[in-house]
Design a protein around this ligand. Structure first.
Ligand code: ABU
Length: 538
């Protein structure tokens, strides 16, 4: 006999309904015999929760977040507790846990989530991620991931053609995030020049030097610096310009030493100055270091600045250096700009809106990743398999197990086409221009960079009434430095909008608005500025 259980789905009897609800529901899900109905019911409930969340995330009347301090979440809220039980929870509680996990998180797909380079909620991407989890396989061999391995190859080829690389030279691999992609670029560059490092280690190598833009701040570097000053009984910290911390971190991880990363001076708009790169190379040589690697940035984290890639490529060619480009933006608007790079980091989880995480390292020397990283574990990479084992791509990686990050990107690419991605990005660029125009018109805001945004980042200060008309100087700086964090805190507590802030170089805390969220419209930008004014004037 089939009945309807308390969550509205058919079960075999009332007794079973009660039993399942209390304890045994888990044991009755598939693969338990006859578990289809209950499994469908459970997953349908989860889908309903996800649908409710997705739909609410797109409504401007919803909050971007329901902020709680860590201690509040740890103590537990209403029906939500992080503590792990010894006895199984009921199905009802599991569904509450799902709902509450989303409730107390941040709606990164909300049109007013402008906090991060990765944002948005792409429904096709979500479907891709769900399918990926359902397949629950590993990217290391064709044996267990035949379709995903070929999808990775197909995506990498497409991406290489957009970079302007010919079909037969390129290689690559998807890896867990941009920092790891950058780490790969240094790893393969070092191997390219010094293949003996793989077996004999750093001891047989000269002291190597790396170069990167000073532009992107290191979040961990709150040191007293020559820029610090003591104002109003507190230290005011100015960050020195710092290279993207992934380069320093990688140099440390790879045994080259973070102090051997030279941070090349940038111009006012945040672009690496080629003459400064050249003089840093000369300085490194004078210190008996051996330059081998330059990281150029296409879209710095804060300003969205593009380093002059051609001039940097000329210098790399002159000194025989590996040129890597860390692309934090997208590449549809910049086809072929990267043709001279030896390697490129491309993060589809940023401007392309692919659900986190989705990052690729592309290397313009086929076979290098494999040679650099392979160890041919015989329990995985047998050479006498019944298929072409060149598709067992896992040994290109420094990982063993590798998550399938490719399917959601492949599916989104199918759904949108390259043109769809291009228009999605263009909309973000239009938003950046609109914000820039609005900021120019308003007297309560001040742009950090006077020129039109190069990409989708716009940086600005809010000037509260008490600071308007105050002459520039340390006192004004000290007060202005406190404005953005104070407003940001209020925004989060209210849950109305989210935007990032940071100091940079000699500039005190300013807001960085970055557009990568396809849901954001001009009305959200108007709201953002009005909300900052409302919260800042309190
Ligand atoms: N390099 C990571 C970017 C972080 C951000 O969204 O600002």
């Amino acid at each position: 006999m089939v009945n309807t259980c308390q969550w509205g789905h058919n079960v075999r009897s009332c007794e079973e309904s009660g039993r399942i609800a209390r304890h045994g529901w888990l044991a009755n899900l598939l693969p338990a015999p006859g578990g289809e109905e209950l499994t469908r019911g459970f997953l349908q409930e989860v889908v309903d929760i996800l649908l409710g969340y997705i739909s609410k995330s797109s409504q401007r009347s919803s909050k971007v977040l329901d902020f709680h301090h860590p201690h509040q979440l740890k103590e537990g809220l209403e029906c939500f507790s992080l503590d792990l039980p010894d006895q199984p929870e009921t199905l009802e509680q599991i569904l509450v846990d799902c709902r509450d996990t989303l409730k107390y998180g941040v709606r990164t797909g909300h049109p007013r989530f402008l906090n991060q380079l990765s944002s948005g909620l792409d429904v096709v991407g979500v479907a891709g991620e769900w399918l990926t989890s359902t397949a629950n396989t590993n990217m290391f061999t064709y044996e267990v991931s035949p379709v995903f391995v070929l999808m990775e190859e197909c995506l990498l080829k497409k991406m290489q053609s957009i970079l302007g690389w010919s079909d037969d030279v390129g290689d690559g691999i998807f890896c867990p995030g941009g920092t790891i992609s950058n780490l790969y670029s240094i790893l393969v560059a070092r191997y390219h020049f010094y293949p003996e490092v793989k077996t004999r280690g750093m001891g047989v190598l000269p002291q190597l030097a790396l170069f990167t833009s000073e532009q992107v701040i290191t979040p961990h570097t709150l040191l007293l610096t020559p820029y610090s000053s003591y104002v109003d009984n507190e230290w005011l910290y100015f960050h020195p310009f710092q290279s993207h911390y992934s380069v320093k971190k990688s140099a440390a991880v790879l045994g080259m030493g973070s102090e051997n990363v030279f941070m090349v001076k940038c111009d006012e708009s945040g672009k690496m100055i080629p003459a400064e790169l050249e003089s840093s190379i000369v300085t490194a040589k004078e210190k008996a270091l051996v330059p081998f690697y330059v990281n150029a940035t296409a879209g710095t984290t804060v300003y969205g600045a593009f380093d002059p890639l051609n001039a940097i490529a000329d210098i790399c060619q002159r000194y025989t250096l590996w040129m890597h480009v860390d692309v934090s933006v997208e590449l549809f608007n910049f086809k072929y700009l990267f043709s001279r790079a030896c390697s490129v980091t491309w993060n589809p989880h940023k401007m392309m809106g692919v659900p986190l995480q989705c990052s690729a390292i592309l290397v313009k020397k086929r076979g290098l990743l494999q040679e650099c990283n392979d160890f041919g574990a015989e329990y995985l990479f047998q050479t006498d398999k019944n298929y072409d084992v060149s598709y067992d791509t896992g040994d290109k990686s420094i990982q063993c197990g590798r998550h399938v990050d490719v399917f959601k990107l492949w599916l989104m690419w199918k759904a949108k086409g390259s043109e769809g991605f291009g228009s999605q990005v263009n909309k973000c660029l239009e938003n950046a221009e609109y914000l820039y125009d609005q900021l120019q018109r308003r007297t309560d805001f001040e742009l950090v960079l006077k020129n039109k945004p190069e990409h989708s980042n716009v940086c600005f200060w809010y000037i509260p009434p008490s600071l308007r008309g105050q002459p520039p100087g340390p006192d004004r700086d000290a007060r202005l430095h406190q404005v953005a964090p104070r407003i940001k805190g209020r925004m989060m507590e209210k849950g109305s909008v989210m935007i990032g802030y940071q100091p940079l170089g000699d500039k005190v805390n300013f807001f960085r608005c970055v557009f990568s969220n396809p849901a954001t419209q001009q009305e959200d930008i108007d709201f953002l500025l009005d909300e900052i004014t409302r919260l800042g004037d309190i």
